[in-house]
Design a binder for this molecule. Sequence first.
Ligand code: FES
Ligand SMILES: [Fe+2]
Length: 337
Amino acid sequence: MAFPDAVTDDWHMVALAKDIRGSTVRKVMLCNTPIALFRSASGIAALIDRCPHRNYPLSEGRVENGTLSCPYHGWRFAADGRCVEVPGCPSAALPQAKLAAQPMRVVERAGAVFVNLSDAAPDEPNLPPDFDNPELDHFWWQQGTWQGRAFDAIENVMDPFHTGHLHHGFIRRRDRRLPVRLVVTSHGDGIEMAIEQDAPDLGLMSRFLERDRQRSISRYYPPTIVQARWEGHTGLTLCVTAIFTPATDGSFTPFARFSTRRGFAPGWLKQAAIRLFLAPVVAQDRKALARQHATMALFGNPRFVEGPGDILGNRLQRLWSGQHVPPGADEGVTAEL
Ligand code: FES
Ligand SMILES: [Fe+2]
């Protein structure tokens, strides 16, 4: 397994709760492990996607009376993995220890489904601030599974220097960079980068969506969550919580939760505007991560050089691996973004 224990042992978002419904089973990948998600009488259930009988994938089965029925011989499994029926055989004497499927802990929070592969995980997923703040408008965004490593996607969103270049015109402009001050603060179990600037970015997105800007802060909550917050003179204008769930060694499933202040515009309008401007930016990042991953695969490994803009150094990698970083603020760095 190519993932650090800190990653495999934690809770991971694998789906939106609204997508788990009816008689269909949803297959998701988490850290190279396939999982079958379905809706049982007691809520969403998660089983390792392997029938204990002859290893048929359970995710290809159907939900019957809140239990999951395997397509091969029709064994039925409850949310806790218990085998409740072996068709053609008396159900009274089913030896559970032998016949049960492998269940996983699953919780539903703010419309998201979290599971974990390990008993080492805490009782609840750790969620960042405002994730379910009832005073904000929220909406979810998802776009399938992407090629690339989850870690590289985390680095991508924590890296402001690509925004004017790769996303020229949408977020910032490569031909009209603005002076900024970057301040990195380590929190021991996480790290944040604040970008302080006097004017909003010159890309389309800011010009349409932001009225004012003082600073934006991106904070990494290991192992898989990055929350970016934009603040103007009047307070929080936009908060994006991005979650990068490792699917396999070379793919990940991103989810993002957008949270905005009530009142400025109706929720549906903000959602439509954000989706419109986000689509090209997301496509650019998706392509960059896939191209980067293809190159690393061709050469057999990543081999990265730290440039002058890579002011987080190896701290993201250390946090991803479950290590702590020394707390405290770095000296501010001036740059043009
Ligand atoms: S393989 Fe699933 S019931 Fe036989
Ligand atoms: Fe990007």
